[in-house]
Design a protein around this ligand. Structure first.
Ligand SMILES: Nc1nc2c(ncn2[C@@H]2O[C@H](COP(=O)(O)OP(=O)(O)OP(=O)(O)O)[C@@H](O)[C@H]2O)c(=O)[nH]1
Ligand SMILES: [Mg+2]
Length: 451
């Protein structure tokens, strides 16, 4: 199967022009391609100076550094060639042109190198996900989480759980075989049950960090909400340090939700500006208000902003706060303190109340400091999360549910064994390997009971 595989190539570095461009080639014809372009095959894993020529015309395309990684000790598990060329558009396109003309070569599809690495057992699915996260990491905390994933912390743990599950399942199957000898059956079943209980606890502990892990990938969501004209967009612009949202003296300016991504001491925060919440007949604004309420209700933290110049007692304004998510905090911001009749000191007034001026920046240090501390305690309070994606959480939940069902029916050995099998399958899906052979192997190897 591997031999009729196409050899793929692609630009692996950023968009030209750049100082250097890296063209990678992977597949059975990688060494042929390298020889055709450069006239030689470098010593494996040793950077080698080469001249790249068009094989048909002999025209010199570029001088470059070539690397060769023969299978299987390569990124993809196939033969891999890498050319570090000058990063001009014409250089890269000339190399593409010559590669495309070669038999058995074609341009790679998105993610295809990694996909081949997965298919060749170089990376499990959780590591593939970690790799993707590493590439998209914006903040240092995201990078650290992605590195843990790429190093296989979750994948290795899942594999270890799966091995224990297979052992429990093998014990449960033995219980079925011995079910006519009641005491043997109950003994092996008890051992399987103890294993299942341990596993249920371990999986639950790992799942408990899932919300934090997923948030770290996507950013803690902080929504600015409040009445029209309170200064929400001004606040967003001040924190983002750019004019991301339109500010105007007309109430009802913002309609769509505006999003900016912040890096607070390495912690990712997504800040949302929303439409001012009020009853309105304008259908566009009404849609904006609906969106504002929905986003605030799903946020991890709501900054409820009020106009301190208004006569109405500020506390009454809080009644407009949309129902926040469970566990989410609402902080009250009294804005425009630069314009109030009686002077008001800027800064943190109480645990969850701040006096600020989005216009002058007064009180902003206190607010940003509190936001950073909030993000740090949200993300950094417990041990680093291993579950970072919904897919991982769902498959782990499936495993946990199957385990819980197994434990509940442990006295029925056949159903018990079947639920354990489903749990192991879910874990196999987590790492991307679902393989019944393993289970059969374990049963035959560990339970050679003479039948
Ligand atoms: N004096 C003073 N004016 C402010 C302050 N913050 C905002 N404003 C003014 O208040 C008006 C409304 O500001 P926006 O930021 O557009 O208010 P908003 O809450 O986004 O309003 P909508 O999008 O309509 O809901 C503008 O004229 C701002 O210049 C402040 O701290 N002090
Ligand atoms: Mg606005």
């Amino acid at each position: 199967m591997a031999s009729d595989r196409k050899t793929i190539f692609a630009l692996s570095s950023g968009r030209p022009p750049a100082a250097i461009a890296v063209v990678r080639i992977s597949g059975p014809r990688a060494s042929d391609a390298l020889r055709a372009l450069t006239g030689k095959l470098p010593t494996p894993r040793l950077g080698t100076f080469v001249r790249i020529r068009d094989p048909q015309t002999g025209d010199l395309i570029d001088e470059a550094l070539a690397l060769y990684f023969p299978a299987p000790a390569s990124e993809t598990g196939e033969d891999v060639a890498e050319l570090q060329v000058h990063g001009g558009r014409a250089v890269v396109s000339a190399i593409y042109d010559t590669l495309v003309r070669m038999d058995g070569l074609r341009l790679a599809e998105p993610g295809e190198f990694t996909r081949r690495a997965f298919e060749n057992g170089k990376l499990d699915l959780t590591r593939v996900e970690g790799l993707a996260d590493l590439i998209f990491a914006d903040t240092q905390a995201q990078r650290r989480q992605a590195m843990r994933q790429l190093q296989g912390l979750l994948g290795n743990r899942a594999e270890e759980w799966r091995a224990r599950l297979i052992e429990a399942q093998a014990l449960a199957e033995a219980g079925i075989d011995f079910s006519d000898e009641a005491d043997v059956a109950s003994d092996v079943t008890q051992r399987a049950l103890a294993l299942a209980r341990d596993l249920e606890r371990d999986i639950a502990a790992t799942l408990s960090g899932a919300a934090r892990g997923e948030r770290l990938r996507e950013g803690l969501v902080v929504a600015i909400a409040g009445a029209p004209n309170a200064g929400k967009s001004t606040l967003l612009n001040r924190i983002a340090r750019r004019e991301a949202a339109i500010v105007s003296p007309y109430a009802g300016t913002t309609r769509d939700v505006i999003e900016v991504h912040l890096d607070l001491d390495g912690w990712p925060v997504t800040l949302l500006d929303t439409a001012g919440i009020r009853d309105t007949d304008d259908p566009v604004e009404r849609e904006g208000v609906l969106r504002a309420k929905a986003r605030a209700a799903a946020a991890d933290l709501v900054l409820w902003i009020e106009d301190a110049m208004e006569d109405a007692p500020a506390a009454a304004g809080m009644s407009g706060v949309p129902g926040a998510r469970e566990g989410a905090q609402v902080w009250r911001l009294r804005n425009k303190i630069d314009a109030t009749r009686a002077a008001m000191p800027a800064g943190r007034v109480s645990e969850a109340t701040f006096a600020v001026s989005a216009k002058t920046g007064a009180g902003m240090d206190a607010l940003l400091g509190a936001l950073t501390a909030h993000a740090a305690s949200f993300f950094g309070s417990a041990e680093p999360a291993l579950v970072t994606r919904e897919r991982q959480r769902r498959t782990l939940q499936e495993a946990a549910e199957a385990l819980a069902r197994a434990i509940a029916v442990a006295s029925r050995e056949d159903i018990f064994a079947e639920e354990l099998r489903l749990a192991a399958r879910a874990l196999g899906r987590l790492t991307g390997r679902v393989d019944v052979e393993d289970i059969l192997d374990a049963i035959f190897r560990d339970f050679c009971i003479g039948k």
